[in-house]
Design a protein around this ligand. Structure first.
Ligand SMILES: [Zn+2]
Ligand SMILES: [Zn+2]
Length: 385
């Protein structure tokens, strides 16, 4: 995972030494720890300094151009510390630069023994809810498999009556020093203590119940209140309800991920609900009162005389409750008018008489004024369609 030094310094691959120097100086002025003490800028400053060290030295630059990164061997852990051959938290270049710039930088990578207590992991639980529960809120009892502080050692990880002891190898510092030869000469480097793993202490007699982890697995039940207005994909954070960390560290968070079950009638769009009702042609023409389902139970709606297919009837405030706010969305009813099929002789006669009365008769295949579509057909005819 070699860095692109040319890109870091923002110079072309055929840049002269002078151009490299100027590019570095310009960036260094911007990013110097004295000017910009925040850790991210310091990290960038280290990167460009590393780039400059390679590109300003004709030998190293030639090596680099051939695909050999002079820093690669010593910075293998920079991208992912776990992969470093020297162990976690070990980065010779950073050590070196920390020595150069540490005073000004305020110790961005400060050392010392690391704590056994670490924050626990977050956990996510999916909860399936009906549409009405999403709208009005719900209460659920959840059974979670989680880790809690070990009751035997209270998280310390040691057998009752004993405590962690200072590591003999590092004297509690969590790291040991080592002299290594590098291309810049001999470098004194710190390495994670092999005796204690960097903790500075050892568990001589680990707790028999948790085996030194400071926590035990258990199953517990928690009651959660899901607020009104959640929707599919909503995450609810329950701070501190995740599992306890190693060494009795603080717990992580528990996240509830809401999954909204599809509803048989309603389609949710934001906090509005949409549904379709089909009414007979005669009811659409004459008007009617219709009972429809809503989240609050049956509701009566007025179909006004002359209602057309595709018309919408809004029921304001009958939708889903707004999350973290007052009020509700709307229930939007889409009307479809059903044209009767399979007319018997009497019904057909009635409709023909009606058509005659309304002047809507026409020879087959022709349209007469007053019939739906007449004017659009006429327009099409003019346009030569
Ligand atoms: Zn224990
Ligand atoms: Zn040690």
């Amino acid at each position: 995972m070699a860095a692109d030094y040319y890109a870091l310094l923002k110079v072309r691959r055929d840049a002269t030494q002078d151009e490299v120097k100027r590019a570095y100086r310009r960036l260094a002025r911007e990013l110097h720890p004295d000017v910009n003490p925040d850790p991210e800028t310091q990290e960038r400053f280290k990167e460009i300094t590393q780039a400059y060290e390679v590109l300003s030295d004709t030998d190293k630059r030639r090596m680099y151009d051939m695909g050999v990164d002079p820093f690669a061997a010593s910075t293998a852990g920079a991208g992912g510390q776990g992969s470093s051959p020297f162990g976690a938290g070990f980065n010779p270049l950073n050590d070196l630069l920390d020595q150069f710039f540490g005073a000004a930088g305020g110790g961005a990578t400060s050392r010392g023994p690391r704590s056994r207590a670490q924050r626990g992991r977050n956990a996510t639980i999916r909860i399936e809810l009906e549409l009405a529960e999403c709208s009005f809120g719900a209460t659920r009892e959840l059974t979670v498999d989680t880790a809690v502080v070990c009751p035997t050692c209270s998280g310390e990880g040691t057998a009752p009556g004993t405590h962690p002891q200072t590591c003999d190898i590092c004297g509690g510092r969590g790291e040991v020093s080592q002299v290594t030869r590098s291309f810049i000469g001999q470098v004194m480097m710190a390495r994670v203590c092999p005796g204690c793993g960097g903790y500075g202490t050892v568990l001589v007699r680990p707790c028999p119940e948790c085996d030194g982890d400071g926590r035990v697995r258990t199953r517990r039940t928690i009651k959660v209140r899901i607020p009104a207005g959640v929707e599919d994909g909503t995450h609810i954070q329950l701070a501190g309800e995740g599992e306890v960390g190693p060494g009795g560290g603080p717990p992580g968070d528990l996240f509830l991920e809401i999954v909204q079950r599809p509803h048989a009638i309603f389609e949710r769009q934001g906090d509005d609900l949409h549904c379709t009702v089909t009414i007979p042609m005669v009811a659409a023409a004459l008007g009617a009162t219709l009972s429809v389902e809503s989240l609050d139970g049956p509701a009566d709606i007025d179909i006004r005389p002359g209602t057309q297919s595709g018309q919408v009837i809004p029921l304001y405030g009958q939708g889903v409750r707004h999350l973290n706010g007052n009020g509700r969305g709307d229930l939007v009813i889409h009307v479809t008018v059903e044209t009767p099929v399979k007319l018997d002789a009497e019904q057909e006669k009635l409709l023909r008489d009606l058509a005659k009365l309304r002047g809507e008769e026409a020879p087959p295949g022709r349209f007469a004024p007053g019939q739906q579509g007449f004017f659009s057909r006429l327009r099409d005819a003019f346009n030569g369609r």
